[in-house]
Design a protein around this ligand. Sequence first.
Ligand code: BES
Ligand code: MN
Ligand code: ZN
Length: 499
Amino acid sequence: MNFELKTLTRERISIEKCDAVIVLIPDSFVAADDALSKLAVSAIQAGDFETKAGKLLVSYRSPDFSATRLVLVGCGDGSAKSVRTGVLAAINSLKTSNVKRAVLSLSGLTSQADDVRNSQVCAALVACGDAAYNYAVTKSKPVPSKLSDLLLAVPDAAKARAGFDKGVALVRGITLAKEWGNRPANHATPILLAGAAKALAKLPGVKVDVLGPKEVAKLGMGSFMAVAQGSAEPLRFVVMHYNGGGKAQAPIVLVGKGITFDTGGVSIKPAAEMDEMKFDMCGAASVLGVFRTLADLKPAVNVIGLIPACENMPDGRAIKPGDVVTSMSGQTIEILNTDAEGRLVLCDALTYAERFKPRAVIDIATLTGACVVALGSVRSGLFSTDDALAKALTDAGESSLDLCWRLPLDDDYAEGLKTNFADVANVAGRAGGAVTAAKFLQRFVTKFPWAHLDIAGTAWKSGAAKGSTGRPVALLVEYLLGQTDDSKLAPAKKRVRAA
Ligand code: BES
Ligand code: MN
Ligand code: ZN
């Protein structure tokens, strides 16, 4: 979708020629003496329209308006969240129509402080991108989404520019994350996923290295290799660099779980809904998405992206319950359940992260069914050894509307990981499964502040709307934009800071 930003007063809306004009109407809507105000007020008075977020009133070829369709949509209190609800409802209502070019007007919103306005603008764009997204790769006759051009109309374009640029960059990143998340495993093998990362190296400030089985063996990543050994698809280890900050600035490392398909291995999963385990690389996809967005926004921060990518398959060569492997850290691991493979690939990536002397390391993983039970699909699970990092991520989640919730890391939760046959077992009992998984990872993060996002419940939707959500790209971008260090700016380039 192409986005454009334009100054357009409320009076001008009635003469704007396009396929649809969408106007957000908040509870606090103040009517003036223009056609739009008159229509909104009379519809509200007649009980035909409500300003509650997401309520719609559509008119067609109305003589008072030049646009073919006029869509009034409620956006309640005008918060970013309500704006998102309103825009999603409006765009979804036009999805099956013939609308190619739409104008989305925020001119009904009362004027606000800069940060509030920018978050409204950003939320509106992200919602547009979300609603207009269309999966096409494996369809023989893809039906392209008709809506291709969206013009965002605001009372003062200059004042909305920062939120607009951020929103457009986020849509690109989120769309990329969705795209790779949605691809079936035979169209998103470790090699193809590494290729998607490589493609990002064309962007300014981005560098990408891809390691194969030989290099990974040389590094001693015995735990990662153990998961990959049951698959005919060779593993890949992706190392991405985004350099926006000065040379002296310690980087933030993002580690994305890249299991391109999780059968469970020999501890095989039940057949029902196993197809959804193609989404087990959504952590990796979110790292790709973040890099896409960073390349656009060019914030003054250094970021490393690590993606251990492989399949988890049952096979004559596959790992068996009880096998003991040696991780890159030197710790031995008894693999009691081959379906707890995410932590086995992540632990070696976390050890690899040490070489960057990072300021912080954040791993993103569809790690446990237990996290889905605990938090559902509203908030991602957050674990951290560092209170400041936990707060920064929680706050970033709130302001980007990509929520997370902190869960505990008490040492008592690690009791069940003890075994007679290795330094640690890869599973504990059923109780507190999201926490015990995090406790396993914590053994590998002694050298830096660390956070773990369990996105098992938030990375994709099941049922009729089955598909990747692109989460938590928005949360991570918001966090990174807050980590720019101006005293260590690289030679001046065009930069956009947190909007
Ligand atoms: N990829 C799964 C986690 C998962 C399961 C995410 C269902 C979303 C929905 C992970 O590799 C896994 O299988 N975890 C096991 C761990 C268990 C064996 C300790 C789980 O959660 O069942
Ligand atoms: Mn598994
Ligand atoms: Zn998995």
